[in-house]
Design a protein around this ligand. Structure first.
Ligand SMILES: NC(=O)c1ccc[n+]([C@@H]2O[C@H](COP(=O)([O-])OP(=O)(O)OC[C@H]3O[C@@H](n4cnc5c(N)ncnc54)[C@H](OP(=O)(O)O)[C@@H]3O)[C@@H](O)[C@H]2O)c1
Length: 344
């Protein structure tokens, strides 16, 4: 059994890591940290875990050595203490944005700050198995992924890989997101009367995840807008792209099938009938699947590419566990088989 610990285990991503790792067949959860909840049972913060584990939170200062450490900390905290964490475990999976980018100038541009541990950037493999599977096998350090970036990347990659994107035209992406993206810390904007029922333009321009989309797709003409909607979990990316050459629907089927067939957690959703004709985050809550689909306007060459996922799963903890599986030589899908709920 692999001994793993989670730093930041009282947060939403940390809670999802606990839910996945406590029932992973090859993992033993050694420690779960929280400064504010030290001494409490984990179910007192994550009530879904009641009766399933007698683990208690420990203060981060009492963190001990283990085989693999998950970091689920607010932005910047992992980078500040990376030497300490690397001294405690030979393998790290970080869920934050601290080690996702490779380029310091891009980091400064999007995060408006100098990186606290620049020499560590190149040691991390980008933590999305759909793009870095082979580098993750046996790797020591995996970065996190942005949830909105992942929805956007998985919507765009089938088209990018098939050479179907006209890069002279802007690629426009709208991502609709749920409230758990903001983490467990309450704020004025998360107060129920203000957040409930909202369709709020959160980042019409300037969303930081644009940097990850540029890095992963190689596209330089991507423009993202992010809107908060009435969901707790879930993100839906709708990308609009113009085709680089005349295409028919069968060309797109070929491109999307070629991409999805390599990926255990990517499903192609495009039906002529029924309610669920395109990807929808509602039915993915708790699941590690990313559903992708598309529609084509043949008269203009406009392709609308859609990806739905659970931001806490494929967009964070699910991808992190998938990375651990690859790093440690486990089956890639181990501990991640939950298919989601319907109806929900
Ligand atoms: N929420 C999402 O959908 C999502 C998706 C993708 C990636 N992420 C990334 O994942 C990370 C965690 O997000 P989250 O939503 O889970 O945040 P969160 O709910 O606010 O949780 C943060 C956790 O970090 C702990 N913490 C805070 N400062 C710390 C420090 N200096 N040292 C050790 N522990 C500390 C907190 O507990 P104590 O203060 O009690 O120790 C808490 O357990 C973020 O970097 C976020 O960007 C989040």
């Amino acid at each position: 059994m692999l001994n793993v610990s989670i730093v930041g285990a009282s947060g939403y991503v940390g809670g999802e890591l606990l839910r996945l790792l406590l029932w992973h067949p090859q993992v033993h959860v050694a420690q779960a940290t929280s400064a504010r909840n030290a001494g409490k049972y984990i179910y007192q913060v994550h009530p879904n875990l009641r009766g399933r584990s007698s683990l208690q939170f420990v203060h981060p200062d009492r963190l001990e050595g283990c085989d693999l450490l998950f970091l689920a900390l607010p932005h910047g905290e992992a980078a500040k203490a990376i030497e300490r964490y690397a001294g405690l475990a030979p393998r790290l999976v970080d869920c934050s944005a601290d080690f996702r980018l490779r380029d310091l100038a891009a980091y400064k541009r999007w995060y408006k700050d100098d990186h606290a541990a620049p020499t560590w950037l190149e040691r991390f493999v980008y933590g999305l198995p759909e793009v870095s599977r082979e580098q993750l096998r046996g790797a020591s350090y995996a970065s996190g992924v942005g949830c909105n970036a992942t929805a956007t990347n998985l919507a765009l990659l089938p088209l990018v890989r098939a050479g179907l994107v006209d890069e002279t035209k802007p690629v426009l992406v709208e991502v609709k997101v749920g409230s758990s993206e903001g983490g467990a810390e309450a704020s004025e904007s998360s107060h129920h009367p203000e957040r409930a029922g909202a369709v709020r333009s959160f980042a019409p321009v300037g969303h930081r995840h644009t940097a990850e989309v540029e890095l992963i797709t190689g596209l330089r003409n991507v423009h993202m807008s992010v809107t908060s909607v009435e969901l707790v979990r879930g993100a839906l990316a709708t990308a609009q792209v113009f085709a680089a050459r005349p295409v028919a629907e069968k060309d797109l089927w070929q491109a999307y099938r070629a991409f999805a067939k390599e990926q255990p957690f990517v499903r192609l959703v495009k039906e002529r009938q029924g309610i669920y004709r395109y990807p929808e985050p509602k039915i993915l809550a708790g699941s590690n699947y990313a559903d992708i689909g598309f529609a084509l306007d043949e008269s203009t060459g406009r392709i609308v590419s859609i990806c739905a996922l659970d931001n806490l799963m494929k967009g964070a903890a699910g991808s992190a566990v998938q990375c651990m599986n690859l790093m440690c030589g486990f089956a890639e899908t181990a501990g991640l088989e939950f298919p989601g709920l319907h109806p929900v």
